[in-house]
Design a binder for this molecule. Structure first.
Ligand SMILES: [Zn+2]
Length: 81
C-alpha cells in the first residue's frame, strides 16, 4: 500500500481528501473517486473486493484499473497551487 502524500496517485493533482480506489490500491482524490463510482465496472470491482475480504484476503489488490480510468498520468504533473 502506497502512502498518501497530498497528491492523488491517479491524476497527480493535489487534494485535501483521499480514499482508496475500488479497482486497485491507489489513493485517489474525490474527482477520481467519482469517476470510479460512475464506471460500469464499479459494481464488479466492489463485489470482488468484498468476496476477497470475506475469504480472509485482506490484501486483495483489486481487479485492476479499467483502461478508460487510467488518467493522463504521464501528461499531467502536480501543479503548484
Ligand atoms: Zn485524482
Amino acid at each position: 500500500m502506497k502512502d498518501w502524500n497530498g497528491i492523488c496517485h491517479r491524476c497527480a493533482k493535489k487534494s485535501m481528501v483521499h480514499m482508496t480506489s475500488i479497482f486497485d490500491e491507489d489513493l485517489i482524490c474525490m474527482k477520481c473517486q467519482l469517476a470510479e463510482a460512475n464506471h460500469t465496472m464499479q459494481e464488479t470491482a466492489a463485489r470482488e473486493k468484498q468476496a476477497a475480504i470475506r475469504n480472509g484476503d485482506l490484501n486483495f489488490p483489486g481487479i485492476g484499473l479499467p483502461d478508460d480510468l487510467i488518467v493522463y498520468q504521464d501528461s499531467v504533473k502536480p501543479t503548484e497551487a
